[in-house]
Structure formats: C-alpha cells, structure tokens
Design a protein around this ligand. Sequence first.
Ligand SMILES: [Zn+2]
Length: 166
Amino acid sequence: MHGEGIMDIAAIASALCKQEFIAADWTEKHLLTWLRDGGKCTYCHVNLLENRGIAYYFYSYDHVLPKHRYPKFEHVPENLVLSCRECNAIKGKFDPNKKSPIFNAESGESPNDAGWRELVRRAAAHVRETRPQREQQFDKGRKAILEALKVLANDQRRTTDDEIRT
Ligand SMILES: [Zn+2]
C-alpha cells in the first residue's frame, strides 16, 4: 500500500516530529499517515488541511477494518487511513471483508498489499453509495428543525404582543 518513497516520507515525518510547532500528541506514525495519504480524505478526497472544521488532526483516521471486529489490526498502518468527519461517520462499522472475504481473519491471516487496496476500495464504494441516503436524512431533519424554529418564533412573537397589550 505504501509503495515507493516510504523511506523519504519516514525521514520527513521524523524531521517534522522534531520541530516544535507539531502538537505534542502527534507521533511519527500519525505524520506518516498524513503524508502517505497526501493530507486528503481517502474516501471523498477533501483536503483535510483546508480548515479546522474539516480536520480534527489527531483524530482524522478511519479504521478500514473496524477495530471492534479486528482488534489485531487496530494499530496496523495499512488499516489506518485519513478520513474527514463526514466520511468517518458514514463508513462507521461497515466491514469491507464481510461480503466475499478476501482474507480469513479467523485463521489469523492478514491481507497482503493488494488485499488492503481492495478493502479500501470497498470501504470507499460503501461511503459513496451510502452518502445520498445520509444527505436525505439530513435534509429531513433540517426541514423539521426549521419548521419547529418557525413555530417557536411565532410563539415568542405572540407572547411579546400579549405582554405589550396587557
Ligand atoms: Zn471524506
């Protein structure tokens, strides 16, 4: 998954780590992930360095294989990819190895490089397919909240009018 240039990336991450402006909880491992993924969300490719609303630095990671099902891979670099908040929420507990498994987790197997790529591809496809559904849900929620706020505003206006009248 890392391909060529991993040594260069490691050197850059290590140098960055030694600089003061890097937050204390950033480790070389975290920087490696940021550099490997180009600072972009693996799923929607949004630039995570654009602003603080998108990036949540230390926490901008998704476990391709969900950690509750695959604790063995919780800290494996290949299993950690950069993800924005939105994609992370959509991806959730989706298991890209459940339908037609590409490796046998029960027998202690690990995916190879091609396997990891396929798992990421499946996770990305899931995020892409689920997104419209989530957006519809949000639109419904937004509509309901806006309606409720309108009712509240009307109520408050009426109360104020009553207070003026009395
Ligand atoms: Zn995203």
